[in-house]
Structures are given as structure tokens and as C-alpha cells.
Ligand binder design. Structure first.
Ligand SMILES: [Zn+2]
Length: 344
């Protein structure tokens, strides 16, 4: 059964919608494909196709012809036109055309195309152009100014938010820094405490070592062997006077049998002018004390706090340096004898 193309005027409702969105439709539609689709729907005939697909016309002009022909393609041509647009995925165009429909329904419930409506349609038409201008052309107008004002306001709000957020961040950072400083100070203090405790431990250990050494005084078997000045043979001390005092700054420590005593502590020290000495320690010494000095902090031989004095031989005309006398806070002194300067 052959279906003939329908002719006659489009229903006013559809016509007004096309009219309202005329500019948009001229610019947006692809006339040839729509024309063929309308032919398939029996709205257009061969003549119509020829008119619309004229190579001489621009897209807008061909669309203009298409809409003119569409208006004459029967009462339901608008609804069919919408179906065609849907089939061809003109979702945006359908949305625009149909949104006009819902507006009208809300206002009046139905559309009646009459003179009273014309004024409204004209308004709508200008609204549609305005909308179209915003959507597709970007023509500067009042709407854009309003939009600019909105954008400026939003930007200001955003900047205010950023400022506030930065302020809060900076406050949080300051607090964090203060906290870290406190933490650091607390760590530093606990380190100082640890160091002090460590020093105290070392001092305690020295005292313990010292006491242990005192208890382990060399075995002397009541030896009367003399320790003499190697220059004039003046007797400086005896093997029984040897007393092991361990030094903190000794380069080497060894125990030797010397002056008739076993287990005598012999220690190697270096002074600030790089002279090296092997030293024995005694509780007594017959010597001459010369100048007094306070221990050099970098060359502590025995312990911090010992003052020391040079000691020389008491022998007549002898100027041999025998060693040093050590004393702390007026306590009992001890004597360091230079191995190289004494003999048995
Ligand atoms: Zn001497």
C-alpha cells in the first residue's frame, strides 16, 4: 500500500515552536539528512528534496526552505519532525524545542495560536534568540554582564575562602612549629641529661677503677729497691712506694715488673708539645717541686681537676726532671715518675 506525502498546514502549536527557535534551527540542523529522513516519513516528496538539497544555497538557506516545506507538510508534521530529530540524535535541538512546550503547558495548559498569543510568541522568540546567542554565539549583552558580575562575586568569594584557608594553614603551621620546637628542646634536654648521666657513669667507673687499682697495689714483697735519678743517682722513691693510678688519657697501659715489684702499671702519655713519656706512679717521692700548673683540658692524663707541678731531682747540682706531682683539692698527692729519667 502506497503512502502519499501528507500536505496541509502544520498544527499551530508546532508552528509556534519552530518559529520560536527559528534562528537556532537554521544554524544547527544538517538540512540534507533531515530532508531524507522526512522523505522516509512521507512528509517530503522528491520535489521537496530537490528544493532543500540545492547546492546553490547555504546551510541556513536550505534549512529555511526545509522549515517552510515542513510547515506545509500536514497537521502532525511537527511531531514527526521531532521523531526525525530524535532518530538523527539531535538531542539538543529536541530538548530546546520540547522545553518551549513544557513552558507553554505550565502557563496555559494548552496552546492556542491566536492574536493574543502572537505578542507572547514574539517575546518567546526573542527569548529563544537570546538563549541561542548565549549558547552558540557568545554575543556580548546584558546577560553576559550579569554573568560577569556573578563570576566576579564568585571569584571574590573563592579568594576570601583561599585567604581564610591560608590563614588557618599558617596558624596551624605556627602551632606545629611551636610544637616541634618544644619537642626539639625536650629532646635536647633529655640528650643533655643522658650525656650528664653518661659522664656521671664514667666518673663513677673511674672512681671504681681507681679504688680497684688502689686495692691491687703491686706486690712488693717488702722490697727496698730504690728508684733513683738516672743523672746523679739520688734516691727518689722505693719499689714499695709504687701505686697504680690508672690515667684517663693514657695512650697505652701495661703492667711490668720493675724496681723489684710485679704488676706495676706503666702508662704512656703525650703532652701538648707532642713529647711522649712512660710513667709510673708512686705515693711518695723525695723531690723538689717547681712551678705549679693546672691541667691542660685537652691533655688530661689522670682526671679532670688535678693540678700538677713539675718535680725535679733534689740531688746537689742536679736539674733532672723526675716527673710531676698531682694533687686534687688538697687531697693526698701522688707522683708520676718518668721511666726514662729514673733507674734502679
Ligand atoms: Zn739527680
Amino acid at each position: 500500500m502506497v503512502k502519499y506525502t501528507q500536505k496541509g498546514k502544520m498544527a499551530p502549536k508546532g508552528y509556534s515552536k519552530i518559529q520560536s527557535n527559528y534562528t537556532f534551527l537554521l544554524g544547527d540542523l544538517e538540512p540534507t539528512s533531515i530532508c531524507f529522513a522526512l522523505f522516509q516519513e512521507h512528509l517530503f516528496d522528491q520535489n521537496d528534496i530537490e528544493k532543500v538539497t540545492s547546492k546553490a544555497g547555504t546551510k541556513e538557506q536550505n534549512n529555511q526552505i526545509l522549515t517552510i516545506l515542513l510547515e506545509r507538510s500536514g497537521h502532525n508534521s511537527y511531531e514527526k519532525f521531532i521523531d526525525v530529530l530524535k532518530n538523527l540524535n539531535y538531542d539538543h535541538a529536541v530538548e530546546i524545542l520540547e522545553s518551549e512546550c513544557s513552558d507553554d503547558s505550565d502557563e496555559s495548559g494548552f496552546i492556542e495560536f491566536n492574536e493574543g498569543r502572537k505578542e507572547k510568541q514574539e517575546k518567546k522568540s526573542s527569548l529563544a534568540r537570546f538563549k541561542e546567542a548565549i549558547l552558540h554565539r557568545g554575543t556580548p549583552n546584558v546577560a553576559f554582564k550579569a554573568k560577569d558580575a556573578d563570576i566576579t562575586r564568585l571569584k571574590q568569594e573563592r579568594e576570601a575562602k583561599i585567604r581564610e584557608s591560608k590563614r588557618l594553614e599558617s596558624k596551624a603551621r605556627d602551632e606545629e612549629i611551636a610544637r616541634l620546637k618544644q619537642e626539639q628542646e625536650s629532646k635536647r634536654l633529655s640528650k643533655v641529661i643522658d650525656e650528664l648521666q653518661e659522664t656521671q657513669k664514667k666518673q663513677w667507673k673511674q672512681i671504681i677503677d681507681y679504688e680497684a687499682m688502689l686495692n691491687s697495689t703491686p706486690s712488693m714483697e717488702r722490697n727496698t729497691e730504690s728508684i733513683k735519678c738516672n743523672q746523679c743517682l739520688h734516691t727518689v722513691a722505693h719499689g714499695s712506694d709504687l701505686l697504680n693510678i690508672p690515667g684517663v688519657g693514657a695512650l697505652e697501659k701495661s703492667t711490668v715488673t720493675v724496681f723489684g715489684a710485679e704488676g706495676v702499671l706503666k702508662q704512656k702519655f703525650i703532652n701538648e708539645t707532642d713529647d711522649i713519656f712512660d710513667v709510673y706512679t708512686t705515693s711518695k717521692a723525695d723531690i723538689k717541686v717547681t712551678s705549679n700548673r693546672i691541667g691542660h683540658p685537652k691533655y688530661v692524663w689522670y682526671d679532670i681537676g688535678y693540678d700538677w707541678s713539675y718535680m725535679h731531682c733534689k740531688g746537689k747540682e742536679c736539674k733532672n726532671q723526675i716527673g710531676w706531682k698531682y694533687q686534687k683539692n688538697g687531697d693526698t698527692p701522688f707522683y708520676g715518675l718518668i721511666d726514662a729519667n729514673v733507674t734502679d
